[in-house]
Design a protein around this ligand. Structure first.
Ligand code: CTP
Length: 421
C-alpha cells in the first residue's frame, strides 16, 4: 500500500549515525611535523564510532608523545616489536589481525620507502608487512616537504606501494610547515575521517558518471533584489557525496548556497535557472545518470533592471512581469536516446505528494521521481522520501539526509540500465 507521505515526517531521528561504528583502525604514525594532526584525527575517528589502536615509530615520538595518543585513543600505544605486553610476544600479528584497516598518518617519505622495499625494521613496518593483505587494507596519508614528495625516488616508492595494494589519501597542496608552498601536505583530520568513511562504502557506482543539480536558483529583479526559495541544497550535496563515495565521477551544478563541496566532487556554481540550464545541457550527454534535486525557479523577471529600482517618485508598487524558465530536467529527459542520461527528478510538494509525484514523473518523462514535502524539510538535516517509478511507490523511512542519499544511490544502482555509463 502506498505510504501516507505526511506521516513519513513524524518521529525523525535527529543525528546522523556513527559512521565508523564497529570499525577497528590501527592508526600508524611515522615521523613528521604532521603528527600534530594525528591527535585530532584520533578524536575524529573515535567520535565517529571507531576504536583506534595507535602504533608509532621512534621518529613519530619525537613529534608527539605516546602519552597524548594513549589519552586520546584510550588504549596503550605500541611502538616496539619486542613489547612484552603482547602475551605471545607478537604485537605485529595481533594488531593487524584485529584491524579493519591500517591507516598511516602521517606517512613520511622514509616510511613509504621502507614499505616499498618490504622492510620490517620497526613495529609499524612489521605489522604492515604481516597484515592479511586481502582483508586488512593499507591506507597512507603522505606528509612531507614538496621537494621530497616530487623526488623521483619518492614517486617511484609511492607507485610501488600503490601497485602492492596501498591506497593514498592525499596529499594536498598548500602551505607547508617549512614555509614552502606545494604538494605534500597531509590532509586535515576531518578530511582523513571522511576519506576513511568513503573507503568503507560499497562501490555501487564505480565507473559511472553522475551529474547532480542542487540548491535554489536566484532570479534577479534588479542588481540588489531577486526571487529565490528556501532550498538549502543539503539533499543534493548529500547525493553528490554519496555518489562519489560509491565510486562515481560526480559533477555538481549548485545554485547559490554556502555548503562545502563534498570530497572528490567537481562543482560548478551558478546563480539563475538559465545559468543552470546552460551549465547542465552540454554536460548531460557526458554523464550516465542525471539527478535533478535543484529547486529551480519556475519563473524569472522578464526584464532584470540594470539599475536599482528606486521607491522615490513611484506612485504605485512596480509591477514585475515574469517569464518562464527552461525546465532543465524535462530538457535532459528529452535528449535523443544516445545522449540521454538515466534521469531522476525530485518533487517538493506542500500537499498531495503522491498524486503530484506520479503526475510529474509522467510529465517530465523520467523513470524515477523522489518525492518529499518541501517546506517541512528545507534546511533540515533529515528528511523522509518516497520513490515513485513505473511500478509503483516505495518509502525510504525518515533518516538524516546522508543516510537517505546513500539509500538512494543503492536504489539508482539497482534500477540503472546496464548501458548507462
Ligand atoms: N526542474 C528543473 N527545471 C525547472 C523546474 C524543475 O530541472 N525549471 C526539476 C527539479 O530539479 C525537480 C523536478 O524538476 O527534479 C520537479 O521540480 P518541481 O519544482 O517540484 O516541479 P515543477 O516542474 O516546477 O512543477 P510545480 O512547480 O508545478 O510543482
Amino acid at each position: 500500500m502506498a505510504p501516507a507521505p505526511e506521516a513519513l515526517l513524524e518521529s525523525r531521528p535527529m543525528s546522523p549515525p556513527l559512521e565508523l561504528q564497529g570499525k577497528h583502525i590501527v592508526l600508524g604514525l611515522s615521523g613528521g611535523i604532521a603528527c600534530y594532526k594525528a591527535a585530532e584525527l584520533t578524536r575524529e575517528l573515535v567520535k565517529a564510532g571507531a576504536s583506534v589502536q595507535v602504533v608509532m615509530t621512534e621518529s613519530a615520538a619525537q613529534f608527539i608523545t605516546p602519552v597524548t595518543m594513549q589519552a586520546l585513543s584510550n588504549r596503550p600505544v605500541f611502538s616496539d616489536p619486542w613489547d612484552a605486553r603482547a602475551p605471545n610476544n607478537m604485537a605485529h600479528i595481533n594488531l593487524s589481525r584485529e584491524a579493519d584497516a591500517v591507516l598511516v598518518a602521517p606517512a613520511s617519505a622514509d616510511f613509504i620507502a621502507r614499505l616499498a622495499s618490504g622492510r620490517a625494521d620497526d613495529l609499524l613496518g612489521l605489522l604492515c608487512l604481516a597484515r592479511p593483505i586481502e582483508r586488512c587494507p593499507l591506507l597512507l596519508a603522505p606528509a612531507m616537504n614538496r621537494e621530497m614528495w616530487a623526488h623521483p625516488a619518492t614517486q617511484r616508492n609511492v607507485a610501488q606501494v600503490v601497485a602492492d595494494g596501498g591506497v593514498l589519501f592525499g596529499p594536498a597542496a598548500g602551505d607547508q610547515a617549512c614555509g614552502e608552498v606545494g604538494d605534500g601536505r597531509m590532509l586535515e583530520a576531518a578530511e582523513l575521517r571522511d576519506e576513511l568513511i568513503a573507503f568503507f562504502q560499497p562501490k555501487l557506482l564505480a565507473g559511472r558518471r553522475v551529474l547532480v543539480t542542487a540548491g535554489p536558483t536566484f532570479e534577479a529583479i534588479d542588481p540588489v533584489r531577486g526571487i529565490s526559495n528556501h532550498s538549502s541544497g543539503k539533499m543534493g550535496f548529500a547525493i553528490a557525496r554519496a555518489a562519489a563515495e560509491a565510486g562515481a565521477e560526480v559533477t555538481l551544478v549548485a545554485g547559490p548556497v554556502q555548503l562545502p563541496t563534498p570530497r572528490q566532487v567537481r562543482r560548478i556554481d551558478v546563480v539563475s535557472a538559465q545559468q543552470m540550464f546552460d551549465a547542465v545541457m552540454p554536460l548531460a550527454p557526458l554523464h550516465g545518470i542525471f539527478v535533478a534535486t535543484a529547486a529551480v525557479a519556475d519563473w524569472r523577471p522578464a526584464q532584470a533592471g540594470t539599475r536599482k529600482i528606486k521607491k522615490d517618485g513611484q506612485a504605485a508598487a512596480p509591477a514585475i512581469a515574469l517569464t518562464e524558465n527552461p525546465d532543465i530536467l524535462a530538457a535532459v529527459a528529452a535528449l535523443p536516446a544516445a545522449q540521454r542520461p538515466w534521469c531522476v527528478g525530485f518533487a517538493a510538494e506542500t500537499h498531495d505528494l503522491l498524486t503530484h509525484a506520479r503526475a510529474k514523473r509522467v510529465r517530465k518523462g523520467v523513470p524515477l521521481i523522489v518525492g518529499n514535502l518541501g517546506p517541512a524539510t528545507f534546511g533540515r538535516d533529515d528528511n523522509s522520501l518516497v520513490l515513485v517509478d513505473a511500478d509503483g511507490e516505495r518509502e525510504l523511512p525518515a533518516a538524516d539526509k546522508l543516510t537517505l542519499a546513500r539509500a538512494l544511490v543503492a536504489e539508482f544502482a539497482r534500477r540503472l540500465p546496464s548501458s548507462a555509463t
